[in-house]
Write a protein that binds this ligand. Structure first.
Ligand SMILES: [Zn+2]
Length: 484
């Protein structure tokens, strides 16, 4: 039978705030273990949490960008479970009254645009980190680092509307782009700044009711999400094809071995005994706050992508690549001479991105060396055909390594560019005089000898003329001869 997959994602986004969610401890990655802790995030008796307003502002920014409904009053709740890396034995989260509900994230799957409906976004705190077991002499020890305990997290839950592993990857890629664009998270899955669990179920193709779902955890990379979900779809299809039934369960995906392992079944599922957090007041978001957030929303990545495509007429592929980061798309806009967006896009897409990729550096590194205004000057000269292809490539290389304007770079390297009619026309005329027989062939309608004439003029210019310019002048001179 043909099965159709129904997938919902549960994503966690670690926020880029200075301090933790409910205390003043620093929110930094890579500090000495247990350096960033205090009575609140260690859950010591009598310590009282207070809400980090910056984290709430970031949550509101994301919720507003995704067009969610923001609750005027939302409530923090205790979610109880025991785990050594969680000192309070409960996590402060949100339950029945989350900060944001609804909303959608636009994605592109195999060239098809789709809007993924969201269920909710709520605020919570992260747990610490366990390291276990490690050998110390003849003992095996587990150790816990509480630096991460209390770090602000957003949980974003989608409706079960994704239909393929590729759609899951597209969703995460789009979410990562957005949180980086809004500067609320590093979005790095390998550092745990963006995490994802997937709920997967199958149903007969075309059916309306949902099948039994399983939950997939431990998806640490976008590739891992794609492969883990694909493996789970295959596993469920095999069970269903054999006439069996899928059991509700939580599975761990082992990316290295591309294998799924059972973590717990429904019978062992948690009862979290949620109740409202008595130590925190109701979280109120005023209309003034909401309109301030709406005013602070920048042009969003998919809006800019659409503008690049529709208003600037860049190919869809270029528009997607150039809006992968806000930095890159800002750079493109700033460096493109008037009416030369496509030319700028070509140079940025090929040469600039090649330069950064080869060195494994960010666009920021490139733009520190070649500020947009300097690159704009270079592109304007390319657009005016003042720099022939090979020379333009050379100048590009010098731009990143040396100071100075394009003119200064050409001077410094002793490169003379033969451009402009005054220089070229005499060369063109000389070539036509020298090759009267070839000229006759061209005038008789043969196209091939024309290339020979272009080559001769280029040779006379020492390879420094711009071929398009040479062709234009040759055509002009030939036309004049045809008339006489
Ligand atoms: Zn603390």
């Amino acid at each position: 039978m043909a099965w159709e997959a129904v997938i919902g994602l549960e994503c966690h986004v670690q926020l880029k705030t200075r301090s933790k969610m409910f205390c003043g401890c620093a929110n930094t990655f890579g500090a000495e273990p247990n350096a960033n802790v205090c009575p609140v995030c260690l859950g010591l008796p009598g310590a009282l949490p207070s809400t980090n307003r910056a984290a709430i502002a970031q949550a509101l920014l994301l919720g507003t960008a995704l067009d969610c409904r923001v609750r005027e009053e939302s409530v923090f709740a205790r979610k109880h479970y025991f785990y050594p890396d969680m000192p309070k034995n409960y996590q402060i989260s949100q339950y029945d009254r989350p900060l944001c509900e609804g909303g959608e994230l636009p994605i592109v799957v195999d060239g098809v645009r789709q809007r993924v409906s969201l269920t909710r976004i709520h605020c919570e705190e992260d747990a610490g980190k366990s390291f276990h077991p490690e050998r110390h002499g003849d003992r095996r020890l587990s150790r816990v680092d509480f630096n991460r305990a209390g770090v602000p997290l957003l949980e974003l839950v989608t409706e079960p509307v994704l239909a393929s592993p590729g759609a899951c990857a597209a969703f995460l890629t789009a979410l990562r782009r957005l949180v980086r664009w809004l500067e609320i998270s590093g979005g790095d899955m390998e550092k745990g700044q963006l995490r994802c669990d997937a709920n997967v179920s199958l149903r007969p193709a075309g059916a309306r009711t949902l099948g039994t779902k399983t939950e997939l955890k431990n998806l640490n990379t976008i590739k891992g999400v794609e492969r883990g979900v694909a493996a789970e779809i295959a596993r469920q299809a095999e069970i269903l094809d054999a006439g069996g039934r899928v059991t509700q369960a939580t599975l761990l995906y082992d990316a290295e071995r591309d294998r799924l392992a059972l973590m717990r079944t429904k019978e062992q599922a948690h009862d979290y005994r949620y109740f409202p957090e008595p130590d925190l007041p109701v979280l109120r978001v005023s209309e003034a706050q909401r309109s301030a957030i709406r005013a602070a929303i920048p042009e969003l990545p998919w809006e800019r992508e659409a503008r690049f495509r529709d208003a600037l007429h860049l190919p869809a592929y270029d528009a997607a690549v150039l809006t992968e980061s806000r930095e890159l798309s800002d750079y493109l806009e700033a460096c493109a001479p008037e009416g030369q967006k496509k030319l700028a896009s070509n140079w940025v897409m090929t040469e600039v991105l090649r330069w950064t990729n080869e060195r494994g550096v960010s666009v920021a590194e490139w733009s520190a060396r070649v500020p947009a205004a300097r690159f704009r000057d270079f592109l304007a000269r390319v657009a005016a055909r003042e720099l022939p292809g090979p020379i333009a490539k050379q100048v590009f290389g010098w731009l990143a390594e040396e100071p100075g304007s394009v003119a200064e770079l050409l001077d410094r390297h002793g490169v003379k560019v033969a451009s402009g009619e005054a220089t070229l026309r005499p060369l063109v005329r000389a070539v036509l005089e020298e090759h009267a027989a070839v000229v006759a062939q061209v005038l008789a309608g043969e196209e091939r000898p024309f290339g020979f004439l272009v080559g001769q003029v280029m040779k006379k210019s020492g390879g420094q003329a711009v071929p398009q310019e040479v062709q234009r002048l040759l055509r002009e001179e030939l036309a004049a001869r045809a008339r006489s």
